[in-house]
Design a protein around this ligand. Structure first.
Ligand SMILES: Nc1nc2c(ncn2[C@@H]2O[C@H](COP(=O)(O)OP(=O)(O)OP(=O)(O)O)[C@@H](O)[C@H]2O)c(=O)[nH]1
Length: 258
């Protein structure tokens, strides 16, 4: 059978990343309360390709996933990346895993239990060294300080997404990060709220107004104080209820440089 991928390319252009994108796959993630949590991820797998090869071998990415079936956990990132490098003859490999992670929360007054979904990402790369970035997106409520100051009644408020990406040394629980990040909005959000809870979150947000700038600065203060974190980026997007567009702010810090 002819193997087009192996044939020579003469354009002398190496490729940084080539591979498969958006594979839906079951994974297992460590859960602080239940030990493990099964979820379904969207996975991207890429390697570099030297200039003289026409194509990479796409089927091998999926073969590697199959070998690690039900074992695609955080501590397997580096071995998976290593087998991508080995099986594809590459000098660098990249593995991006995005998945919904569920945390049981209790409503603030009634204590009603419900599951909240947080979108998380594991992004690993292996060239000469292994690099890993954990990403987490936390929805909160934000209430505008300016609107509160100006208005005789109420203040505009909306759902905001806080997205944090970090490099760290020790183990970090997603649950602890979520709790820390949620404190930086005007109020956390819950999947299930009874009337007593709704009253509480409405008043809590009103007493705790935040600009998008306040949100990224408060998350930054907390991450600067978190010793295990060596690098981070934080973004906040407020889906404004008085505009069709969002308010946005971002901060990136490399603690080794500060
Ligand atoms: N490189 C490359 N392959 C593609 C692309 N689109 C589809 N493919 C297909 O990926 C399939 C698998 O390719 P390989 O992994 O090289 O398959 P193989 O040669 O049987 O597997 P090995 O023996 O492990 O190399 C082929 O049928 C290709 O046609 C593309 O854009 N680039």
């Amino acid at each position: 059978m002819p193997d087009m991928q192996k044939s020579r390319d003469t354009r002398k252009i190496p490729i940084n990343k080539v591979g498969v994108k958006d594979i839906s796959y079951p994974i297992v993630v460590m859960d602080k309360n239940k030990k493990f949590q099964q979820t379904v991820a969207r996975i991207n797998m890429y390697v570099d390709l030297p200039h003289h090869f026409k194509g990479t071998h796409m089927s091998r990415f999926v073969e590697i996933l199959n070998v690690h079936r039900e074992d695609i956990a955080l501590d397997k990132m580096e071995p998976i990346l290593q087998s991508m490098k080995d099986k594809l003859g590459a000098s660098s490999a990249h593995l991006e895993i995005e998945f919904p992670y569920f945390i049981e929360k209790r409503a603030p007054v009634s204590g009603a239990r419900s599951l909240m979904e947080y979108t998380c990402t594991f992004s690993g790369s292996l060239g000469d060294d292994f690099d890993f970035v954990l990403g987490i997106q936390v929805p909160v409520t934000s209430l505008c300080p300016c609107s509160k100051e100006l208005s005789r009644y109420g203040a505009h408020n909306q759902r905001s997404h806080i997205t944090v990406r970090l490099r760290y040394t020790d183990f970090v629980w997603i649950e602890d990060l979520v709790e820390m990040i949620e404190e930086c909005g005007s109020s956390p959000v819950w999947s299930l709220l009874k009337r007593v809870d709704e009253q509480y979150v409405t008043e809590r947000a009103y007493e705790n107004p935040k600009f998008v700038e306040d949100i990224v600065r408060e998350v930054t203060q907390k991450l600067l104080a978190f010793d295990a974190v060596t690098w981070f980026s934080v973004e906040a997007e407020n889906f404004e209820s008085i505009h069709k567009h969002s308010a946005y702010a971002a901060i990136e810090r490399d603690k080794k440089m500060t």
